[in-house]
Design a protein. Structure first.
Length: 346
């Protein structure tokens, strides 16, 4: 395991110079330009603009409900997913923390979480979580409807004894990652196993047997179960959903967090390479030039056939999924099935 710590005085000077040159530059992009982690830059403000918190994530997450309505943000390089709502009761299964609707609907995979900070960005208050390399995994922002006093109490309860401006992070190439699946997939065996699925979670378990290589699995499944579509299908589907006001569920994810929005969408806007949904309680920012593959996926379940649109980035990682808005025990809506079928055959 390779660890490193930045020279804070040198890094602070470099970042100040970069901010003078590009005052609107976001911290994630600044970190990339400076070839450091986002956490390296954030920690420079420890004691002034941020407070390091103890990495007791289950206990900390248990207190999120006290904050009232917040905005939860999960992102990858290509997809930023922002949802307003209140956190409910925490459920835990091993190292997975879950919150369910009504309110925020999220799944946190705590094996990937290493650091927590409370941040004050010009009076915009948040909780931010990072992995061992200093990569931001998930952020929770206070809104005008949040309880500031509860936020301050949370900081006092979980304040870390180390409030230095240096943080020890791992180099990205030192992390142990799941190996790429290099074996041959038997299409007949895979299709047989797929045909026996009872719910979507079993599908994910099956894909994990192939080291989460979704592209290879979907190709092997064949067109009866999976079809690779044009990348502009994502925009076309979102436009149709907005025009027809069809309710659906949109998941945004990275390796450490999955969160969902459920409902209808209204305002769509293209800004350069970013395709955006800009609604009062839900924002999506999708960098369309980073989309590598889009898949129409068909799964059997106890409630009948279920269809989704799965979006993969240039690294083959799943970054976004769209499904019908339905409850367990309900069949998929005809509107959703027909819309996805139309787009998959264009």
């Amino acid at each position: 395991m390779e660890l490193y710590m930045q020279n804070t005085h040198t890094l602070k000077a470099r970042w100040n110079q970069l901010r003078e040159q590009q005052p609107k530059l976001r911290i994630r992009d600044a970190a990339q330009q400076l070839q450091v982690s986002e956490l390296d830059l954030l920690a420079l403000g420890c004691g002034e603009t941020c407070t390091r918190l103890q990495a007791d994530f289950p206990a900390l997450l248990q207190q999120l409900h006290t904050l009232g309505e917040v905005m939860a943000l999960t992102r990858s390089n290509a997809c930023v997913h922002e949802v307003h709502g209140q956190f409910g009761e925490l459920h835990q299964k091993g190292n997975t923390a879950l919150f369910f609707r009504p309110g925020q609907d999220t799944r946190y995979f705590l094996d990937h979480w290493s650091y927590a900070y409370a941040v004050n960005e010009n009076q915009r208050f948040s909780l931010q979580f990072f992995d061992a390399t200093g990569l931001a995994l998930h952020k929770i922002y206070l809104t005008e409807h949040s309880y500031q006093a509860a936020y301050e109490q949370l900081i006092e309860t979980f304040r870390h004894k180390d409030q230095s401006c240096q943080v020890e992070v791992q180099t990205a190439d030192s992390l142990t990652t799941a190996p790429i699946y290099t074996g041959e997939i038997d299409p007949s065996a895979l299709r047989l196993a797929w045909s026996k699925l009872h719910d979507v979670h079993e599908a994910n378990q099956l894909i994990r047997q192939y080291h989460n290589d979704r592209s290879a699995v979907y190709q092997a499944l064949g067109e009866a179960y999976a079809r690779c579509l044009s990348s502009n299908t994502v925009e076309a589907l979102l436009q149709q959903l907005a025009e027809q006001q069809i309710p659906f569920i949109l998941f945004g994810m990275n390796a450490a967090a999955v969160q969902s929005y459920s409902g209808t969408i209204q305002k769509l806007l293209q800004t350069g390479p970013w395709f955006n949904v800009l609604d009062p309680t839900f924002n999506l920012h999708l960098r369309t030039d980073e989309i590598a593959e889009v898949w129409w996926v068909r799964k059997p379940s106890q409630d009948g056939w279920l269809h989704s649109l799965d979006v993969l980035d240039q690294q083959g990682q799943e970054i976004m999924v769209m499904t019908d808005q339905r409850k367990r025990g309900e069949a998929e809506s005809a509107n959703w099935t027909q819309l996805l079928q139309q787009l998959s055959t264009v």
